[in-house]
Design a protein around this ligand. Structure first.
Ligand code: CTP
Length: 417
């Protein structure tokens, strides 16, 4: 971040109390920070606080003649290498999505050609509101980087998604935005995520507890590593990561078709989806009535998408996931061999583990090696996973035996299979 010029916009939410710390973290890394506050933001923190931590007078007003004559707002817009708005309130996101230029911050966002990142912070119901969802969707499509929000207890006492990310996490997420390129630069990565739904009748289906969080985190991590990412997603309620192309599907059959359409362009395929192994053989055209005491549903196997990709004559680098309730390593290794994968990420599921929660514990296996990625937020594990995949992929490209080198220089955390 050394020498990067960051324009930090602060809009009016309680999370603004964390923003002075964010300024400090950015400056610790060598960035120059110019703070711009909205009128509402000044109800939470004073400009004086930001001036003290940023070492620059804070800009608050489009009509401030003295400030404008020192550096006009168009000049300021050109000055920035990046605009970060943290916290970004629901109101600010709406203004940005609609292209309003009714205060200094929104005007700067419109006048600047620098990348824009926003760290949303709001009440969980406001974040889930259809209007906010639509605004975020517009911003994401436009290439605005949406960082977070995190889930947890909120200042208003409610619980859910809407908390601003912690300053350190925001800083980490800015690194790839400021220095594009990374270990997967120029690579195309195809990822599946979430559950599938298999139709029983027009109103019922069979599905599973997958939330899609892991796959969406992997998509973000691959994007941050410089890849062009396509995300084939089952039915999940997660926003599309900015800069990622998303293809929505419902059933295993639809997911198979979408993957086969996209895989020809992919260098790496990562199969995080919890695809149904069986589906009702003959879904009913009409709602099934409760006419008997017992009901049996005849089920047939779905196509194993991962194995089908691995069997393609010109296959990408193929990474599977193994979700196991027992003998995790043994079962995962058996899947690695049986499905002919390059790599498999394994985790224990069930008993409130892994499914529908923000944390996970993962390890990665390949022929001849193993790496423990430890326990932590899915976002952090996803980044570690992408780093291991990028390393193994690069070695395969160089013609070296996959991951032998990684095993050799990964010290104590790698054990040979
Ligand atoms: N998978 C897939 N298509 C399927 C089933 C699974 O692509 N029809 C992929 C998953 O995305 C995951 C891997 O296969 O990457 C492992 O899935 P899992 O359900 O754990 O194992 P299965 O191979 O289905 O075996 P089992 O259910 O017997 O454990």
């Amino acid at each position: 971040m050394h020498g990067k010029r960051i324009l930090l916009g602060v809009s009016g939410g309680i999370a603004a109390y964390k923003s002075p710390d964010l300024v400090r973290r950015l400056r610790e890394r060598g960035a120059e920070v110019q703070v711009v506050m909205t009128e509402a933001a000044q109800k939470f923190v004073t400009p004086m606080t930001f001036q003290a931590v940023s070492g620059r007078p804070v800009r608050t007003d489009l009509w401030d003649e003295a400030a404008e004559s020192a550096m006009g707002h168009i000049e300021l817009a050109r000055w920035a290498n990046l605009i970060l708005v943290a916290p970004a309130t629901a109101d600010f996101l709406a203004r940005l999505a609609n292209g309003l230029a009714d205060n200094l911050l929104t005007t700067l966002c419109l006048a600047s050609e620098a990348p824009i990142a926003v760290a949303p912070a709001m009440n969980q119901a406001m974040w889930r509101h259809a209007a906010t969802r639509a605004n975020v969707e517009v911003l994401t499509r436009r290439g605005v980087h949406v960082l977070g929000p995190a889930e947890g207890e909120q200042a208003c006492g409610e619980f859910g998604a809407g908390r601003m990310l912690e300053p350190l996490e925001i800083v980490e997420r800015l690194v790839p935005i400021l220095s594009p390129g990374g270990p997967l630069r120029g690579r195309r990565v195809l990822i599946t995520a979430g559950p599938t739904r298999e139709r029983i009748d027009p109103v019922r289906f069979i599905s599973n507890r997958s939330s899609g969080r892991m796959g969406f985190a992997v998509a973000e991590a691959a994007r941050d590593a410089g890849a062009e990412v396509v995300l084939v997603a089952g039915p999940v309620s997660l926003p599309t990561p900015s800069g990622v192309r998303r293809v929505d599907v419902e059933s295993a059959a639809e997911m198979y078709e979408a993957v086969m359409r996209e895989v020809g362009n992919a260098d790496i395929y990562i199969s995080t989806a919890a695809v149904a192994d069986y589906r009702p053989a003959r879904p009913a055209d009409q709602k099934i009535k409760k006419t008997s005491d017992r009901l049996g549903i005849d089920m047939e196997r779905t196509t194993d998408i991962l194995a089908a990709v691995a069997a393609l004559p010109r296959r990408p680098f193929v990474v599977g996931f193994a979700a196991e309730t027992e003998s995790v390593e043994q079962n995962a290794r058996a899947k690695l061999v049986k499905k002919n994968l390059d790599m498999i990420a394994a985790n224990e599921v069930g008993h409130d583990k892994a499914f529908d929660c923000p944390d996970n514990e993962l390890f990665v296996l390949w022929r001849g090696g193993r790496r423990d990625l430890g326990h932590g937020p899915k976002t952090a594990l996803a980044r570690s996973l992408i780093a291991v995949i990028a390393e193994a992929y690069a070695q395969r490209e160089e013609g070296a035996a996959v991951c032998d080198g990684a095993a050799a220089h990964d010290g104590a955390r790698v054990t040979s299979a």
